[in-house]
Design a protein. Structure first.
Length: 422
């Protein structure tokens, strides 16, 4: 007897839909292949942009002004001047309590429409699943971080932020321990969840991210450079992503102020660190170009124009200086046949074979300076790019979606069996 086609809600209660953000790309990339085998709806706290797709539905958790409770993918939208997808933070505990009431109302309204809920990890991980569980709908928590506190605690405001962080972590920990299943994107993160949240090890399954090989694939470098106005003979180092706490271009730019081999640095993305990077770039001995935020469909073109891609994580922002999550940008770079420079930490060491498909370099100015003074020639970087593409050839969103479907079906079947016993 064929299995029932599930109705799955993949919700990101702590994020707004923003096509350039990692969580949005992660969710939408999974929803597309998952919709081959299940009826999929994705939900974000807010919709900052429209999404054109016929494969799955898109809705907002906080109802628009019309009160309909849903915004379909074909609807209009806009960023309203916002460039940040994080939709649940701040200092006011009352706003968090009010939002939890919104989640309970959302669950009450939509519980009858779904067989299982996938909840993207956020500041109050597990709370949306708890709201749906009250109506008999099982949930799976999708975690990619343990939200380590990394800011100095100076002054009243910083202390208030820290106390709210501790309270939120307490709530998330309690809710997580009640989850029947948690999906961790890496084995490193699974270890942290067990150690820091007290979650039973069998409760956590490891399922990695995928790659969209139709979008992220090798392209002609010179044609890409012609379209982007980049010199044909330049050695191009490229960074794509947020200019935030978790990524730090500072050490590279500091090293570039010394005499090194000729190259160019191109930065695609925006964030709070951009002013600091621009000041460092003014002292660099090599050209540094900031392209700002770019449409996601142009990212593969920028990667094609590069010789070497950068993933300079700030390990100090993570617990025990280990990068626990499954980085999306590194396998996407590699799928485009580009070697990658990143830090020797966590899952990254599984992705990058040092001096084969990329380089593992501590994100420190002295390490960057030594690396840049021995920067391989472009032909060698191209050879390493071919190795990088081969290394991620079998990493796909289809494989990831199949694993998500399998654990969802088993959870729903277990839930049904318990209800029959009652």
């Amino acid at each position: 007897m064929p299995k029932q086609r599930l109705s799955i809600l993949y919700a990101a209660p702590g994020h707004a839909l923003l096509s350039t953000s990692g969580p949005t790309r992660n969710i939408l990339s999974l929803a597309e292949p998952l919709s081959q085998w299940a009826d999929v709806t994705v939900a974000f706290r807010h919709l900052l942009e429209p999404v054109k797709t016929g494969a799955f539905k898109v809705m907002s958790i906080e109802a628009p002004a019309s009160g309909s409770g849903e915004a379909l993918a074909s609807g209009s939208g806009g960023t309203s001047g916002r460039a940040d997808d994080v939709a649940a933070r701040g200092l006011n505990p009352l706003s968090h309590v009010a939002y939890l009431r919104v989640l309970r109302s959302f669950a009450q309204q939509w519980a009858g429409s779904f067989d299982v809920v996938l909840e993207k990890g956020w500041r109050l991980s597990g709370c949306l699943s708890a709201a749906f569980r009250a109506h008999g709908v099982p949930g799976i928590l999708i975690e990619n971080d343990v939200r380590h506190w990394h800011e100095p605690i100076r002054g009243v405001r910083a202390r208030a932020k820290y106390l709210l962080h501790l309270a939120a972590q307490g709530v998330a920990g309690a809710a997580s321990r009640r989850m029947p299943l948690i999906i961790s994107e890496t084995h490193e993160l699974k270890t942290m969840l067990v150690e820091q949240r007290g979650i039973a090890e069998p409760q956590v399954a490891v399922i990695g991210l995928g790659v969209d090989h139709q979008r992220f694939c090798p392209r002609d470098q010179q044609e890409a450079r012609r379209q982007l106005g980049i010199r044909r003979d330049a050695c191009v180092l490229l960074y794509v992503g947020g200019l935030d706490t978790y990524h730090d271009l500072g050490p590279l730019l500091e090293a570039a102020a010394s005499e090194v081999s000729p190259f160019e640095v191109h930065v695609v993305g925006d964030g709070v660190s951009r002013p600091r990077y621009k000041r460092l770039a003014e002292r660099a001995c090599v050209p540094v170009r900031f392209h700002g935020q770019q449409p996601h469909e142009l990212v593969p073109l920028f990667i094609a124009a590069s010789d070497l891609c950068l993933a300079p994580y700030n390990t100090a922002a993570f617990h025990d200086q280990r990068v626990p999550f499954s980085t999306l940008k590194i396998p996407e770079y590699m799928a485009c046949a580009r070697p990658v420079v990143s830090v020797p930490s966590g899952h990254i060491e599984d992705l990058i074979a040092d001096r084969v498909s990329g380089f593992l370099v501590p994100n420190e100015a002295s390490a960057w300076l030594a690396f840049l003074r021995e920067l391989p020639v472009r032909s060698r970087l191209a050879e390493m790019g071919s190795e990088a593409a081969r290394a991620v050839a079998d990493v796909s969103w289809e494989n990831t979606a199949a694993q998500y479907l399998d654990v969802s079906q088993r959870l729903v079947e277990k839930q049904s069996a318990r209800q029959r016993v009652r």
